[in-house]
Design a binder for this molecule. Sequence first.
Ligand SMILES: *[C@@H]1O[C@H](CO)[C@@H](O)[C@H](O)[C@H]1NC(C)=O
Ligand SMILES: *[C@@H]1O[C@H](CO)[C@@H](O)[C@H](O)[C@H]1NC(C)=O
Ligand SMILES: *[C@@H]1O[C@H](CO)[C@@H](O)[C@H](O)[C@H]1NC(C)=O
Ligand SMILES: *[C@@H]1O[C@H](CO)[C@@H](O)[C@H](O)[C@H]1NC(C)=O
Length: 345
Amino acid sequence: MSRLRLCTIFLLSIVSNYIGIVSSVSRFDDKTDTPIIGVLAQEISWRLDQIWPGVYESYIAASYIKFVEGGGARTVPIWIGKPRSYYETVLKKLNGVLLPGGGTWFNQSHGYAVAGSHIYDIAQEMNDNGIYFPLFGTCLGFELLLYVSNENQEYRTYCSSQKQSLPLDFNKDFQNSRLFGTAPESIIDILKNEAVTPNFHSYCVTKENMTQFGLDKKWDTLSTNRDFKGLEFISTIEHKRYPFYGVQFHPEKVLYEWIRNRNISHTEGAVASAQYFAQFFVNECRKNDNRFDSIDEENQMLIYNFPCTFTGRLNSTFEQSYLFERDIDYGRGNGENEDITVVLV
Ligand SMILES: *[C@@H]1O[C@H](CO)[C@@H](O)[C@H](O)[C@H]1NC(C)=O
Ligand SMILES: *[C@@H]1O[C@H](CO)[C@@H](O)[C@H](O)[C@H]1NC(C)=O
Ligand SMILES: *[C@@H]1O[C@H](CO)[C@@H](O)[C@H](O)[C@H]1NC(C)=O
Ligand SMILES: *[C@@H]1O[C@H](CO)[C@@H](O)[C@H](O)[C@H]1NC(C)=O
């Protein structure tokens, strides 16, 4: 073999090593290191409305905001009850949307499900047009992703999984998924073997529900679990085509909710595994390069404009909540001259 040839092989191997290192260290995919993620509000909860009757129209449990912040992003609240044009305008500026859990119905006009339906459609459109736009649904948000995917038709079944802490039963191919494919082995071990996923749901999604409504053609099931009565339900999903993810359990409660006797694990392993979901989602949102027109506009819309109330002290299941009053046009943003500060009780 000639010296030249050897040299070429040597050079080639250096180059390919270099490319290998670069692609594993820096992610060419990343479009932003300062993601801003929308978090959808929902109808005021029964308990919060009982504490302040008729005062608040909608809320966001602070644990969802902190979940996103803890993953390395900032958040913007997304209001319910707005026309589609509002959701189009705001999603164009955001890098992804989190659909939180909660306790509302999907059939209410101007509510969480209607807003979620707009968000889903717009996100789907953006992805179809080559704009990587991730969605993450937790508990009711997970159910909402499938509800919208099912043409806004009911598909769930009642079940018994309140205050149930569970390890995940992974499906055979789960490690081929985007959500778990690059997860550290230590995180998979915890999720597989320790009861670290807290469940608080009255509805379950079964395999039958997925096949019956053709949802299995659009979504991959990554894990299942069994409720207190032995009913098998789906606990983790990801969309086959879009960067849309859903978990039936509550990683944000592991990190940020401290209400007692609710079977929420706060062990070191539980916290590490919950944090995995936050970082995964935020990393997905880094791949989107939507942005606000100006820092001023960004400042007007960030959640930092709103006070956070210590609702755990008042026997809410949420330690802290963002409460939004009725009859206030939050759509305009919270500019310097607009006195729309939420009353703190
Ligand atoms: C919404 O669905 C729930 C549960 O099925 C039902 O109790 C309620 O009456 C429905 N509300 C409306 C406005 O249809
Ligand atoms: C969902 O599946 C369960 C059985 O797994 C069934 O009892 C229930 O009726 C299904 N839901 C709907 C809306 O068809
Ligand atoms: C917590 O969840 C486990 C299931 O992992 C269940 O066996 C136990 O009864 C639950 N505890 C409470 C207090 O609900
Ligand atoms: C919270 O619950 C405790 C214990 O049940 C009760 O004593 C207290 O009055 C409740 N506080 C409110 C604001 O409902």
